[in-house]
Design a protein around this ligand. Structure first.
Ligand SMILES: Cc1cc2nc3c(=O)[nH]c(=O)nc-3n(C[C@H](O)[C@H](O)[C@H](O)COP(=O)(O)OP(=O)(O)OC[C@H]3O[C@@H](n4cnc5c(N)ncnc54)[C@H](O)[C@@H]3O)c2cc1C
Length: 488
């Protein structure tokens, strides 16, 4: 893009959004050059800050006409580089679209703009006895738009499901600027499950400008306990033991000794620093059910060599237990100057085995790995600790983290549970999918985004976008050859 061209484009953005809606100064653009995966940085040409779906549509239409790539952005807490800007492209930040549009308690629905912060939904309905279940640890900052794009999970998703289980309707600005409505307040709709397609699509199919969410009634009783173990493998085995006894807790989370120590140092929430691992278990539901399940959980924990078992006495203590878990990532700063968060999934029954292999990899590479994870979902978050000032240690950390993903896939799991593929993990996608799988996914993507301008360079191993050299022409795709429709 020549500088003349940029000047003309800036004028167009200013005409659509006004002076408050466009960031173009170098020192202000720096804030948008990465998400929480800070190892990758690209400064965008401009940042657009629309306030309405119509403004989003006008900006996207302009990009479409001028062939300008763009990246949607929520709060920038993503951990896979999903909101990393594209060279010579703009960022479309949804942070000013932050209104809760409708609270419909009788039908248990809330309609929000994409820039609404996750926890604000619960705050808005709490006094009516409701909450929004998906609760990423970043929930005090991350936005519903980002949650939809990443299909985010959280510590209570074991029992209540992830974002896709709570999104019923969407308004989306397609890559040619058209605004479409998908689903709505009713649970079942005829036709293709387009909401299912857009949720988890990582900002590649369009920009979400409105979301209809399902909220759930607060449970009658909540009981939270933590158990300590000498060996993390025993904590892992307890998780399968609990579900095998027919108990599905609201959440089950594990932290290893490195995590426990850093969290205690950072916020002092009462975790015993000499424990090899902690398992947090939360039971919720009707009082009678929770009362009946608690002894079952305790007996499974004892069978798996638990030492201390501590039940929170009141909601303050319960909040403290969870505060420790939710602070685990930022608390790493206490014990390491840098860390890389990995996100992989394994079958729950393989927890003990895979944790052992992660320990072996840590020894092999000579780098510490702290483990904190959604154990009930088998969703691991190994934190690979390194010192960015030591030559090559970053790359060593990435290699180790990559080997962990291979272990996950080999054990029947996945390369991501909730943080998405984004920029960071596209090189690993072919561990799980062969060429024809990837071509079929890309065919779908290209049917939405013919010019490949919406968050390009993410998710798919390149070259595999609608316009890059080397991409198979659509008509050569196996589905097209079978005569399943002329799309272009
Ligand atoms: C400390 C910490 C803890 C975390 N814990 C969890 C956790 O427990 N569970 C979990 O799932 N994740 C977790 N995350 C990751 C992150 O918070 C989630 O992925 C979150 O959903 C990102 O939301 P965001 O608003 O920050 O989105 P961003 O980072 O801004 O964007 C994420 C992706 O969404 C796209 N996007 C954003 N808004 C829109 C929109 N309106 N339309 C279309 N695409 C859009 C972007 O292009 C990008 O690809 C954690 C992150 C941190 C830093």
């Amino acid at each position: 893009m020549s500088s003349d061209w940029k000047i003309a484009f800036k004028d167009k953005l200013l005409a659509i959004l006004g002076p408050q809606g466009v960031i173009y100064k170098d020192d202000e653009l720096i804030a948008y050059e990465c998400d929480a995966l800070t190892g990758h940085r690209v400064k965008p040409v401009f940042v657009a800050l629309p306030e309405t779906a119509e403004q989003v549509s006008s900006v996207v239409r302009e990009c479409y006409e001028q062939n300008v790539p763009y990246v949607p952005r929520g709060a920038g807490t993503g951990l896979s580089g999903g909101a990393l800007p594209t060279e010579e492209g703009i960022v479309i930040s949804l942070s000013r679209m932050n209104k809760i549009l409708d609270i419909d308690i009788p039908n248990e629905r809330v309609v929000v703009e994409p820039g609404v912060v996750n926890v604000s939904v619960t705050d808005a309905v709490s006094s009516s006895g409701y909450y929004y279940a998906p609760d990423p640890s970043s929930q005090i900052v991350c936005t519903i738009g980002g949650n939809v794009a990443e299909n985010s999970g959280g510590v209570h998703c074991l029992k209540y499901g992830v974002t896709s289980n709570h999104v019923l309707g969407l308004e989306v600005v397609l890559p040619d600027g058209e605004i479409i409505q998908i689903g709505g307040k009713t649970a079942e709709r005829p036709g293709y499950d387009l909401a299912g397609l857009v949720v988890g699509s990582e900002g590649l199919l369009g920009i979400v400008t409105k979301v209809t969410l399902r909220i759930v009634r607060k449970p009658e009783t909540v009981k939270t306990l933590f158990a300590t173990f000498d060996r993390i493998e025993d904590a892992g085995a307890s998780v399968s033991g609990i579900t095998a006894r027919g108990v599905i807790p609201a959440g089950m989370e594990i932290m290893d000794n490195l995590c426990i120590r850093s969290v205690e140092e950072a916020i002092g929430c009462g975790y015993p620093v000499d424990a090899g691992a902690i398992l947090l278990v939360e039971l919720d539901g009707p009082e009678a059910e929770v009362t009946a399940q608690m002894p079952i959980v305790q007996s499974v924990l004892k069978d798996h060599n638990a030492n201390e078992i501590k039940i929170a006495r009141d909601s303050n203590e319960r909040d403290l237990f969870w505060k420790g878990r939710k602070s685990a990532f930022p608390a790493m700063g206490r014990i390491s100057s840098d860390y890389y968060v990995q996100d992989g999934v394994i079958p729950r029954s393989k927890l003990a085995e895979v944790l052992g292999k992660v320990g072996e990899l840590s020894k092999k590479y000579g780098l510490r790995v702290a483990n904190v994870f959604h154990a009930g979902d088998g969703n691991l978050h190994p934190l690979v600790l390194y010192d960015g000032n030591v030559e090559d240690e970053y790359h060593k950390a990435l290699e180790l983290a990559g080997d962990i993903l291979t272990v996950c896939v080999d054990s029947g799991g996945s390369i991501t549970g909730e943080h998405g593929v984004g920029h960071d993990k596209k090189r690993f996608l072919s561990l799980m999918f062969d060429e024809s799988d990837l071509d079929t996914m890309n065919l779908l993507r290209c049917s939405f985004d013919v010019k490949g301008l919406c968050n390009p360079g993410k998710v798919f191993p390149t070259p595999r976008t609608c316009v890059e050299p080397g991409m198979k022409p659509y008509k050569e795709h196996p589905l097209q050859k079978k005569g399943l429709g002329e799309m272009y």
